[in-house]
Design a protein around this ligand. Sequence first.
Ligand code: CDP
Length: 232
Amino acid sequence: MAIPKIIIAIDGYSSCGKSTVAKEVAARLGYNYIDSGAMYRAITLYFLRNNVDIKDGDEILQALKDIHLSFEYNDATHQSEIHLNDENVEHQIREMIVAEKVSEVAAIKEVRGFATAQQKRLGKKKGIVMDGRDIGTTVFPDAELKIFMTADPEVRVKRRFEELYATNPSITLDEVMHNLQLRDYIDSSREESPLRQASDAIVLDNSSLSKEEQLEKVLGWVKERASQLAES
Ligand code: CDP
């Protein structure tokens, strides 16, 4: 059955594998994949590089005026990668220095307004998979398919540690664990669009699922949704 162009929103805690499944689902369906977290990370990188005082509303607004974000397809990696003012920052934004600040920056109302306006525009034509914290609740409350991902904390820490260790062998498990705990806490307790499971989201706990198993599950839900939409 042909899959119509719908919006797939994937939300959940830090490092539970949202981007892995989102990228694979997008590739299988010929959809665009948008990593909304990359946008908050790129804004944070800009703030760090330019010493923007995050307690100063005027400075924040001025800085946001100077930020241009775009996703460009990289033929070598076969991925769409984030550009900050035309510089590819896909790798820099994954470093710990950004991870340590990003949740504080992402809690700022003006920053969220700036990022969510662009995210909504990117979803206008549908045929998109977007992952983040507030995609099913705030960015696309009418998304045709919403998934809330979760995994055991130890599994999430181990996965993120292995990812970071590949480029930074001095990183410790403790450091990664504290960062994930802190980010989950800030993301869930902030005032603006906190991390929440949308009431109509399907929960995907992938603690003991292989990548293939989780992909099959999600593709099954996409097909189910598509046939419901075709009947309605
Ligand atoms: O590290 P992980 O891949 O789990 O996180 P990410 O998706 O790269 O997001 C980094 C941070 O951006 C999160 O910890 C949130 O503080 C923020 N974020 C957000 O507030 N809203 C989103 N839709 C996506 C990310």
